[in-house]
Design a protein around this ligand. Structure first.
Ligand SMILES: Cc1cc2nc3c(=O)[nH]c(=O)nc-3n(C[C@H](O)[C@H](O)[C@H](O)COP(=O)(O)O)c2cc1C
Length: 217
């Protein structure tokens, strides 16, 4: 049996990356699949991922860390940097695109099944757009699920990572032209291999105890 807790404990936020070490194309493909296969509410998949593998790409992303200078070297020295974005809107056209993909993937036995899924998705989407007025936050929650998948998956692949919220999202949207494409930068993930002098690699993990964070009923 795989010791999944070992991988959860082994992963840690890498503060100093070794710029000479690069993730293989095969492992990058596995990470892309982990993001792709992440779960989302009503299979809404309201995300887009921008992957920077080149120095030029990483420099563009680093422009959004001017006021978060402690994060700049992480972005520049990581092997790859992923910008996890949410969609800005969920349009009827997009809902149709999802439905047609599910049809192609063989999810429906008949038209009635297809329409049930369409109805459920329209209900939840409508709830967040028209009643709760929290569609952006709802979409960001889905994006963070993909982040969680990637963090654990990277550990399984022996890849180090640093999730990054310390960046200027408006600036990154502008630099990468995300707004025009209907996306908004939500969180950044630097991926690669830690440097010898990464102080955080040696620190013990710290978490609140299970007695504090769990109640049993
Ligand atoms: C959503 C998110 C955003 C974070 N943003 C940053 C960041 O901007 N810079 C940084 O150095 N660490 C960042 N962290 C790392 C956290 O500080 C770290 O996950 C936490 O202290 C737990 O430590 P561990 O990841 O080593 O287990 C972020 C973590 C998460 C999950």
């Amino acid at each position: 049996m795989i010791d999944v807790v070992h991988y959860a404990k082994k992963r840690y936020t890498t503060k100093v990356f070794d710029p000479s070490k690069k993730i293989s194309d095969e492992q990058i493909q596995q990470l892309k699949s982990l993001a792709q296969y992440s779960a989302s509410s009503v299979n809404s998949q309201p995300w887009h991922f921008v992957l920077a593998a080149t120095d030029e790409g990483k420099q563009l992303i680093a422009q959004a860390t001017e006021e978060f200078a402690f994060n700049t070297p992480k972005i520049l020295n990581a092997s790859h940097v992923l910008v996890l974005c949410r969609k800005t809107d969920i349009t009827d056209e997009y809902l149709n695109q999802l439905l047609e993909q599910e049809q192609q993937d063989g999810r429906f036995d008949d038209e009635q099944g297809k329409q049930m899924v369409a109805g459920a998705r329209a209900f939840f989407t409508g709830l967040h757009v028209n009643e709760l007025h929290d569609a952006p936050a709802w979409m960001e929650k889905q994006v963070y699920l993909a982040l969680g998948n990637l963090l654990l998956g990277a550990s399984l692949l022996d890849i180090d990572s640093c999730p990054i919220e310390g960046f200027d999202a408006a600036k990154l949207n502008q630099v990468l032209g995300l707004t025009e494409q209907g996306y908004s930068a939500t969180v950044v993930l630097a991926l690669g291999y830690h440097a010898e002098d990464d102080f955080n690699a040696k620190l013990p993990k710290s978490r609140l105890s299970q007695e504090v964070i769990f109640s049993e009923i």
